[in-house]
Design a protein around this ligand. Structure first.
Ligand SMILES: Cc1ncc(COP(=O)(O)O)c(C=O)c1O
Length: 402
């Protein structure tokens, strides 16, 4: 059902048709319910928020403070100051062997805006965009807002929700304009095998399909060295890398992201940006420059802790009878299957289950419906080790009584 059919005729006169194509983020309902309980004094264990529990590293904050004190507080060039775009491409070249130039980079107000602008400049009405399930909530709405038709690609839980080149090939039609991939993924932490990634890159390039690679969690991969599609430089004509400093450097509130891609596409994205947000905040650009050019030890330290947290939460989840969970290879989420507990009165769906978990055990989790699957809940383990222990103890008791 589209929102348009549900909208009364009077409302249709107020709103443009395109706003009816999207929904408020499905995670918002849980967040709002949690906020209400918190206001009543409840001590919640919050596995809902998809953001690092770490503070932004000192040297990054200092760079912003220095920029503000030095009055670096004016508009900048829309696509980002030249030294920052240089730092983005140099970081990517060093880490992944890509060969972008600063003209092939645009700095954006978060990775989400990079994705939004890329879709806006590439996807037209009726264009198909392949999206593997489970997916990060915003992809489908951003594609639909752009007029695109989402083509959902089911993955297998038994295969860790892994995306394969064979599955992608089967989903391609003459109307496929783009493919959105996220590795490591939110919500399941699955990683595309390097051989599959290479085949997908070649396939997209041969067929003239744009590959939007969301590398938001690329530095939070636990198994093997992360690979970027950008390293296949001969296919870069059809690759757009979507990057974010949010998770890598614990900078979610700074709104710092970027895109790397062919010059005409980056120019079109910058043009769109020039008519909406203009540049990102000037001092955020200086902070981001410090993040990208400074020591990367902070990234290693945070990743090391996420890995310990992953193992701890997986161990505790295994204590709950009937709950199974794939082994995430990156990011900071687990996506346990709670199907064994669904279909009972008061817990018909994962939405109901998450609501009861919140109200009865004071544990915040996001229902799988938000990510396109029915039998799961997502837990973000970017929290303290104590919170993992406390939250999972509460969950164990909750499921025992269910
Ligand atoms: C998969 C994925 N992509 C992109 C983003 C957007 O990140 P930001 O806009 O903070 O850079 C998120 C945030 O949760 C995410 O999970």
């Amino acid at each position: 059902m589209t929102a348009t059919t549900a909208t009364p005729a009077s409302a249709q006169r107020i709103f443009a048709e395109r706003i009816g194509r999207i929904e408020v983020s499905a995670t918002m309902a849980v967040t709002a319910e949690a906020a209400k309980l918190r206001a009543q004094g409840a001590k919640l264990v919050d596995f809902g928020a998809g953001e690092p529990h770490f503070a932004t590293p000192r040297h990054i904050k200092d760079a912003a403070i220095e920029a503000i004190n030095g009055n670096f507080t004016r508009y900048t060039v829309v696509s980002g100051i030249p030294e920052l775009r240089k730092a983005i491409v140099e970081r990517h070249t060093t880490d992944f062997g890509s060969n972008y130039t600063p003209e092939e980079a645009v700095f954006t107000t978060g990775g989400k805006l990079a994705l939004f602008n890329a879709i806006q400049v590439l996807v037209d009405h009726g264009d198909e965009v392949i999206l593997p399930v489970p997916y990060w909530v915003s992809y489908k709405d951003i594609i639909q807002y752009g007029g695109g038709k989402v083509v959902y690609l089911e993955t297998s839980e038994a295969e860790n929700f892994r995306i394969t080149a064979d599955a992608i090939e089967k989903a391609i039609t003459p109307r496929t304009k783009a493919i959105v991939l996220n590795s490591p993924s939110n919500p399941a932490g699955s990683v595309i095998a390097p051989t599959d990634l290479e085949r997908i890159v070649r396939l997209a390039h041969e067929r003239g399909i744009y590959l939007l690679l969301d590398e938001c969690y690329v530095y939070l991969q636990f198994t093997g060295a992360p690979v970027s599609g950008g390293s296949f430089t001969d296919a870069k004509e059809h690759i757009i890398i979507l990057g974010s400093l949010s998770k890598t450097y614990a900078m979610t509130g700074w709104r710092a992201g970027f895109a790397l891609g062919p010059k005409p596409i980056i120019a079109a994205m910058s043009k769109l940006q020039s008519q909406s947000t203009s540049s990102t905040a000037s001092f955020v650009q200086k902070a981001s420059l410090a993040a990208l050019t400074g020591s990367q030890d902070c990234v290693t330290e945070m990743r090391t802790d996420y890995l310990k947290l992953r193992d701890r939460i997986l161990g505790r989840l295994a204590e709950i009878p009937g709950v199974t969970c794939t082994r995430p290879e990156g990011a900071f989420y687990v996506y346990p299957n709670v199907g064994a507990y669904l279909g009972k009165p008061g817990a018909q769906t994962s939405i109901e289950l998450a609501s009861r978990l919140l109200n009865e055990a004071h544990v915040v989790a996001v229902p799988g419906e938000a990510f396109g699957t029915k039998e799961h809940i997502r837990l973000s383990y970017a929290v303290s080790h104590d919170d993992v222990e406390e939250g999972l103890s509460r969950m164990k008791q909750f499921f025992a009584k269910l």
